[in-house]
Write a protein that binds this ligand. Sequence first.
Ligand SMILES: [Zn+2]
Length: 291
Amino acid sequence: MLTISLNCIKRTLTNFLTFIIIFTKSLIFSDNSAAACVNFIKGEAIQGGLIFYDSSYATEINLDGEPIIVNKENGFVVGFHRDDLAMRTIEGLCKDGSPFSLKIQPSQRHYKIQKIDGLAPEMVTPPTHVLEQIANDFKMVKKARSIKGNSTDYFTNGFNWPVYGTITSIYGDQRILNGKPRQPHFGIDIAAPLGEPVAATASGHVVMAEKLYFTGWTVIISHGDYISSTYSHLNTISVKTGENIKRGEKIGTVGSTGRSTGPHLDWRINLLDRRLDPLILVKINNINKTY
Ligand SMILES: [Zn+2]
């Protein structure tokens, strides 16, 4: 009897505490952007997520102390890296001159461990003669992703699937390759037949189209506001650096070049160095405000 009632009390207490935590969370994390003179449009405050704001009623906007340049749609985005835990702060002035401040807390995700075996040993621990090439590849990719771009198609119309197929690896997984711990997976892998066309997720311009050591034939497109998309392991590419590209246009074909065990597209989206989750972004135009 006593055990039962004790358990019952424990359960009630746990439920009550859970309620308090959820309630407190919703208070702390609430987005009162309307009162802040920037208006929430769409998106999610979650690790790997992206939030879209309208800033028609604000000026002199800062994000974490850095000035924000609003785009030609009078908006801006705030993105969250895989491991971002810190509260982000948007500050500025309303059009009437009064200051505002808005805090955004990303919710935390839990990632799985993914083991991949059967990779060529030189793709897990590269031989010394390719280290210089790998270092150059990294530099080239970093430079391509640091281009701001001036398109706003992504801002208005979101992101399309570049190819349809089976998702074989999701964003964020911690990776163990041939038994060796490596970087988390920052993209999603879509398995599709060799030679299947790959399309641009949104309009923009090609900022890199090269064959790299790890990712094989790789295309990076700049979409504006420092948002870029990366398409790796392509079999062929059909675009050149500097070319303008429209949403849905073919950029190449599905392949297995670089560090890959079969035909698939590794698709990534960045906000400068912050890695975003493409799976969250393709759904973004359908999400309602949830926080
Ligand atoms: Zn991948």
